[in-house]
Design a protein around this ligand. Structure first.
Ligand code: HEM
Length: 238
């Protein structure tokens, strides 16, 4: 039997795909060729706009992960953080597109960008807030159960809290990877003075690479590096 493709959903667009995905509005979000001062504006907008979407998803997953921890279900938080981490990996991969944006072409489109900076990205701001919220939820969960971070890091690898802590460390690491790639893009395209030059944006970006949302988890993790971690000797958490 032939499948009925006629639109049944409310909204704009000829098809239910267009109506549900709101493709008319989405594809209208890029400047039309007639308004562009440089054709690479499309490349520039697509990378930034899709980054905002992935970051929106990452923020939602981190926020929900914090709620699950608050509700006493840390095992449910881990896969949500893993999704957020994949989101930030995809945002990192998208930076590869800037290999094909030359410094001269980037300079030519500058007037179209006004005084805008990626530092004003709402996605990144919200993701940072959600990361802090996650860190707070995690610490409160441990404190309420009198669990020391050192015990957690040495716990059996299948322990839900241990796995959650590892997922948080990976999130932290992937954000740092993004910063490494972003720093390289900024230096390669932006023609900034190298890191170390006082007041240079590159110096600021290079410093941020060291930033961690959960430094105490990194410390606890490495301070147990010499201790045995096999299933028989590692403690099981309450
Ligand atoms: C051609 C590509 C890009 C260049 C040349 C570039 C350059 C820069 C520079 C020079 C800074 C330092 C602050 C400033 O001077 O404005 C910065 C900061 C920042 N940019 Fe970009 N950027 C690019 C793409 C992106 C993309 C795709 C995003 C994703 C939303 C982004 C997000 C950020 C963020 C969040 C900061 C604040 C620093 C941080 O939190 O690590 N940038 N960028």
């Amino acid at each position: 039997m032939k499948r009925d493709h006629s639109a049944v959903l409310p909204g704009d667009g000829d098809t239910d795909y267009a109506r549900y995905m709101r493709t008319d509005a989405l594809l209208d979000l890029q400047r039309p060729p007639g308004q562009m001062i440089h054709r690479d504006e499309l490349l520039f907008q697509v990378v930034h706009q899709s980054a905002e979407l992935w970051l929106k998803l990452a923020e939602a997953e981190l926020t929900e992960a914090a709620c699950r921890i608050d509700a006493g279900d840390p095992a449910a938080a881990e896969p949500l953080i893993t999704r957020a981490t994949l989101g930030v990996r995809l945002v990192t991969d998208q930076l590869e597109m800037f290999r094909y944006l030359s410094p001269a072409d980037f300079q030519a489109m500058q007037p179209a960008l006004g005084n805008g900076s990626g530092a004003e990205s709402p996605g990144w701001r919200r993701v940072q807030g959600a990361s802090r919220q996650l860190g707070r939820a995690f610490c409160e969960h441990l404190a309420a159960r009198r669990i020391e971070l050192s015990a957690l890091a040495a716990a059996t690898p299948t322990d839900p809290l241990h796995r959650l802590a590892e997922a948080m460390v990976e999130w932290d690491e992937r954000v740092s990877f993004w910063r490494v790639r972003h720093y390289q893009v900024a230096v390669r395209i932006g023609g900034h003075a190298p890191a170390g030059t006082k007041g240079s944006p590159a110096t600021m970006l290079a410093k941020l690479i060291e930033h961690r949302f959960f430094p105490e988890l990194w410390r606890a993790r490495t301070s147990t590096a010499d201790e045995p971690t096999d299933d028989h000797s590692a403690p099981h958490l309450p």
